[in-house]
Design a protein around this ligand. Structure first.
Ligand code: FPP
Length: 238
């Protein structure tokens, strides 16, 4: 059972917590548009929220949280927006490198296709993974150049190259990027779709939606999602 309980303080005391949360950080563009700012300003504000929510997941003792930062489809966006996002990832990793303690006890990992990402970004990603590998707190997966279908296809191809001719669910689970099943998917900004995120791991995920745009998402919104999750009756098809 992918659930455990943890006592933090009276306001954030949950009888049950998801083991793995997936977060679709949506609404940055609309947030920026409302303020007549470039879309990159929305992503920058979104990156700050990413930091705050990662930190809170660490404080609460969530084991895994996966943030959807850049999909395989996001390459279709204007070049300057793509470049701004890549710069944000690098800036975050450089800052985390300069001050490893800033990330607290978080273990950083990346999921997605490496092909297509610049060598300089890949190097920073590798260094961040190495430098935080011994951390024992929340594992934060950053999905960059990630697509759920591509993840499954790549898992199947790995199994074929290992000589498997009859593939089981357990085989695929062993080859996808993140092994834990996802218990809760959080999507702000009013959209109610999965958008090719964690397709394999989200088979029995609970969904939580909100109209709040990601740059306005607060720790209290995370707590609301967790309160709602506490009440859900999960039957896993049984
Ligand atoms: C979707 O909102 C969001 C993205 C494609 C990018 C998400 C990335 C971040 C929040 C930055 C993360 C930074 C770090 C350092 C991890 P959208 O742009 O599609 O918004 P819209 O639907 O309102 O246009």
């Amino acid at each position: 059972m992918a659930l455990f309980s943890k006592k933090i303080d009276t306001d954030t005391e949950f009888s049950v917590l998801p083991k793995h949360i997936g977060i679709i950080m949506d609404g940055n563009g609309r947030w920026a548009k409302k303020r007549a700012l470039p879309r990159s300003a929305g992503h920058k504000a979104g990156a700050e929220v990413f930091r705050a929510i990662s930190k809170e997941c660490g404080r609460l003792g969530i084991e895994y949280v996966t943030f959807y930062a850049f999909s395989t489809e996001n390459w279709k966006r204007p070049k300057e927006e793509v470049n701004a996002l890549m710069s944000l990832f690098k800036d975050y990793l450089l800052e985390a490198k300069a001050d490893v303690t800033q990330s607290g006890n978080i273990r950083l990992k990346f999921i997605g296709e490496r092909e297509g990402l610049s060598d300089s970004l890949l190097q920073l990603m590798d260094e961040a993974e190495e430098e935080t590998a011994q951390h024992t707190g929340t594992t934060v997966y950053l999905a960059i150049n990630y697509g759920g279908r591509q993840e499954i296809v790549s898992a199947v191809n790995k199994l074929i190259s290992q000589g498997k001719d009859k593939i089981t669910e357990d085989d695929i689970s062993s080859q996808v990027y993140t092994t834990p099943e996802c218990d809760l998917i959080i999507r702000p900004s009013g959209e109610q779709r999965l958008s090719n995120f964690l397709l394999w791991q989200a088979a029995y995920s609970e969904f939580w939606y909100s109209d709040v745009l990601w740059p306005d998402f607060k720790v209290d919104d995370l707590h609301s999602a967790l309160r709602e999750f506490e009440k859900r009756n999960r039957r896993f098809g049984g």
